[in-house]
Design a protein. Sequence first.
Length: 345
Amino acid sequence: MSNEIVPSALSLNRGDTIAFVSPSGRLNDIFPTAITRAKSYFEGLGFKVKTFDTKLLSTDFRRATLQRCEELHVAFADPDVKCVLCTSGGTTCNELVRFLDYDLIKKHPKIFCGFSDITLLHYALYTQCGLRTFYGPTAVDYFGEPPSPDPFTAGHFLKVLTGEGVGAVPRSLKWTQEPLDFFLSGDSSTKERTMQTTPPWRWLRGGEASGPIIGGCLSVMMRVKGTKFWPSHKGKILLLENSMGEDNITPIPIYRTASFMADLGNVGMWDDIAGLVIGRPFGHDDRMREEFGKMVLEQCNGTSFPILFDIDAGHTSPMLTIPLNGMVKLDSEADEFSILEKAVE
């Protein structure tokens, strides 16, 4: 295994092909209207879209797992595809990582983007291929939003993947923590979400640090540690964000997140990293976010790295696109979180 980053995928340009893949949740048939909206959005910008979705997965577990792997293999091997965009998160990426052909993927490096359960694939593709990937929006949850994707989410996605994302990371002016109504009411719903003024990000602890950024969804990372897909985090900037609760409506309790954070401390994470960036916790009001910040400082007690909290990352809307294993900088005095290098060629 080598942690050397494969020369980054080529930048995404109008006329290129984006592949929709579903390595975890299989939502294409459940929310076809959202998939159609996402496809139409990209086609309206001049991109082409291919959907890799085996309609009739085998009833045999192993065979179905290999079929899902093959969707990823075909997408990466397709010479027309420039970007592999996951349709959603889920709970089952861990079923794939033992069976993926990492040599094939390494020979055909492409932009790969997703969040939540896709954290498992980000770690696997980094440790087994050295591939730089992107922690960012998915087709159903973000590009399938009615009536159209949030401009901040879509704009930053395109800016980063077209090679123009170097510099200070932007901050949204409006946000929402409402779930998409079509998840609750059905595929046909076109109800829009209510936006409110975005709370400012906060430095829980000041300082300056630079390094490659790595991480993802905290609860998913707990399923990676202890496996061959868990790399050294020495000198890295750690990105953490929280998923939804079990009902996909309420937040994960702060005491559960504290337990996850303690687990990271027990594997030496707080001794290794150079800085910590935390996405806005799902479903938390102002009081809960204050408690969350206090909990983070308690769990990181005895360390001195800078901690930036409440950025537009993870299970929040709008959402940034973060180039994992790309160089970033935290600077509390300048009040900046910056991407230091182009993530694509």
